[in-house]
Design a protein around this ligand. Structure first.
Ligand SMILES: [Zn+2]
Ligand SMILES: [Zn+2]
Length: 275
């Protein structure tokens, strides 16, 4: 899985020169993620309870309760920081401070992971400020360190999740919101989970964030000379989601990479006043 991600990162770097820098930086991480073999902590999920949860619209797990292999994630975070702090980057000193913090105390990484999983932005900003790092970078690295464990768990439970009939804007596995979406080759719309990467069917004309389906309040804009990408927005909640139209590409990249390769669309959406 993560191995595939490394290969795809290399392929996209060649095909999308504009996104080369951000994908190139990601390649280091993808290579380390591919080596990681996290344990799967199998928790028994009661079948009847699970049916009830699904009918009521609850995801299989909540983000904070995912039974993850945090030792593996902590080890991976150290590896990320060890490599990145040798690179010529403006935030090099902050990365060195983070490496020192997580090497000195196991609890530091666990605390960080818990903030990411609880979506506790204030706490993240506080820690990042103390290290002189961007909160976004710290959050991204921590989330990537958790990813092999999250994905192993997701794949383990995948047979129990119906991604075709789930009619909600949040992930049926972990309850997170989508980071990006796509149309498949047949033109069906899918959401891609920001945390576990699960992809689920979603109606074409509906906002995943507030469920608004009044087409008068939904719209999109695209970018000149960039066929295959657009930004869907909702005037009711003011949010947007990027869309990759796979019909346009012979082979689109995995959505976690497309999300990184389309940061310019996030900039555009923000300029248009969407969040
Ligand atoms: Zn998810
Ligand atoms: Zn909305």
């Amino acid at each position: 899985m993560a191995d595939e991600l490394l290969k795809e990162t290399e392929r996209l770097i060649k095909e999308r020169p504009l996104a080369g820098e951000v994908l190139g930086a990601f390649k280091d991480l993808a290579a380390l993620m591919a080596e990681e073999a996290p344990e799967i902590n199998e928790t028994s999920v009661d079948k009847r309870l699970q049916d009830i949860k699904r009918e009521e619209g609850f995801p299989l797990f909540s983000r904070a309760d995912l039974p993850l292999d945090l030792d593996s994630a902590a080890e991976l975070l150290q590896k990320f920081l060890t490599i990145l702090q040798t690179r010529e980057r403006p935030d090099r000193e902050g990365l060195q401070a983070a490496l020192l913090a997580c090497t000195k105390d196991d609890a530091w990484s666990r605390n960080l992971f818990s903030m990411v999983l609880r979506n506790d932005e204030d706490a993240l900003v506080h820690i990042a400020d103390g290290l002189d790092l961007e909160a976004q970078s710290l959050q991204f690295l921590a989330q990537m360190a958790l990813t092999p464990s999250i994905q192993a768990l997701r794949d383990f439970y995948a047979p129990q999740i119906d991604t075709d009939t789930w009619d909600h804007g949040y992930c049926p596995f972990c309850g997170s919101l989508p980071s990006i979406s796509f149309f498949d080759k047949a033109g069906k719309r899918y959401m891609h989970c920001e945390l576990c990467g699960l992809e689920w069917r979603f109606p074409r004309l509906k906002c995943p964030f507030c469920s608004n389906d009044d087409h008068k309040n939904l719209g999109y804009f695209d970018v000149e000379n960039q066929e295959g990408f657009r930004v869907d927005f909702c005037r009711q909640c003011g949010r947007y989601i990027k869309v990759v139209d796979k019909r346009v590409f012979e082979k689109a990249g995995p959505m976690e990479l497309e999300n990184l390769a389309t940061l310019h669309l996030d900039v555009l959406a923000a300029k248009e006043g969407f969040k």
